[in-house]
Ligand binder design. Sequence first.
Ligand SMILES: Cc1cc2nc3c(=O)[nH]c(=O)nc-3n(C[C@H](O)[C@H](O)[C@H](O)COP(=O)(O)OP(=O)(O)OC[C@H]3O[C@@H](n4cnc5c(N)ncnc54)[C@H](O)[C@@H]3O)c2cc1C
Length: 396
Amino acid sequence: MTNVMKTQVGIIGAGPAGLLLAHLLQISGIDSIVIDGKTREDIEGVVKAGIIENPAVEVLVESGVTTPEQLAGVRHDGVEFHFDGHTHRFDFKSLINRSVWLYPQHETLIDLIAARVRAGSEPLFEHLAEDILDADTDHPRIVGKTVSGEPFEIQAQMVVGADGSGSIARKAVNGSQFAGFFREYPFAWYGILCEAPPSSEELIYSRAEEGFVLISTRTDKIQRMYFQCDPELDASTVSDAEIWEKLQRGVTGTTLKQGPIFRKDVLRFRSFVAEHLNKGNVFLCGDAAHTVPPTGAKGMNLAFSDVLWLNEALREFFTTGSRALIEKYEENALNRIWKAEHFSYWMTSMLHVAPDATEFDKHRQLGELYMLTESEYGNKLIAEGYTGWAYGASWK
Ligand SMILES: Cc1cc2nc3c(=O)[nH]c(=O)nc-3n(C[C@H](O)[C@H](O)[C@H](O)COP(=O)(O)OP(=O)(O)OC[C@H]3O[C@@H](n4cnc5c(N)ncnc54)[C@H](O)[C@@H]3O)c2cc1C
């Protein structure tokens, strides 16, 4: 027997995009069902990055997801760039009076799930969507199975694919999971988690001789650091001593505080924008619609921008019946998507050394870094992009 459920908006994916959308729709009195193939513990337990931009923090706090007290002490007013033996600080506060917050993504997910529970609308975990049927009609259906194999069907007026980079919803919108525009990179990130105090108060982005290094942080006791590597590298083949040597060589004037490494992984990335973000009553948002290299810390923040546009469009539809903003969703969302795609690509190409880089390429790259860091306008451009451009749509 198939378990059939009905709602106004069926949302695939309890990631940041799906959960924030459900939260904002509920504030406007719009009913939704969020499903996710994973358990709640899995979703809340996976420690992911979490640079949250200024406008995203405003939405999370003002809409009642995260309290200012939770964000106390994690505000970052700048980042450092290290290159060619130089260090440079981008002072966001003095440049444009904005900041970012380093609040790990799983904490945001815990807050968003708590908001769904408070609203009496807990996501359906362990519900894996297999397909979207009748996508061309005004009554699309999500069909799938629970982890124990029971079939379910969600009948909705609107279906949203917030199902991340392996999205099944892309097929309903674009005919294929891969239809779109993309760029591959000839490098990946080797990431570690270690038990140690922070080595630096702010993030250090480094363009070292051997390539990119990022010194990030998680908590007072756990640190996250990365260095550029071959995408085919087997993470287990690199010794702890080699890791510390590569990381230390990447920074200037800072002695890294070392500690036991308890996780090593190789993170591949690509830039991708789906061909279309919407077809009829089916929509894509977040990583289902686009992915970016992690260098600019843009992915989740960009997902929130899509969510605000989509929330505004669905709110207009359900309160007035007008499809005007639905028809404009793709055009509206793409403006910020392509700016973030460019920013992430730019940060990546400026700070990584391609395996086939010539001496000309390397000198040009340093020239770019000097040009940017010595210019008031260059400093402001980085500060504005990193702390996040204002969202085009309002959550209210
Ligand atoms: C190393 C690294 C660092 C990063 N740093 C930052 C950062 O500092 N700041 C930032 O903004 N972003 C960052 N990101 C990007 C950010 O993590 C993603 O952009 C963000 O998670 C996208 O949110 P989402 O909701 O669109 O997708 P996801 O978080 O991928 O969520 C999708 C959800 O859908 C579920 N799902 C998938 N398929 C199905 C299905 N068929 N049925 C049911 N459920 C399904 C999944 O289980 C998942 O829970 C980073 C990423 C990486 C890899």
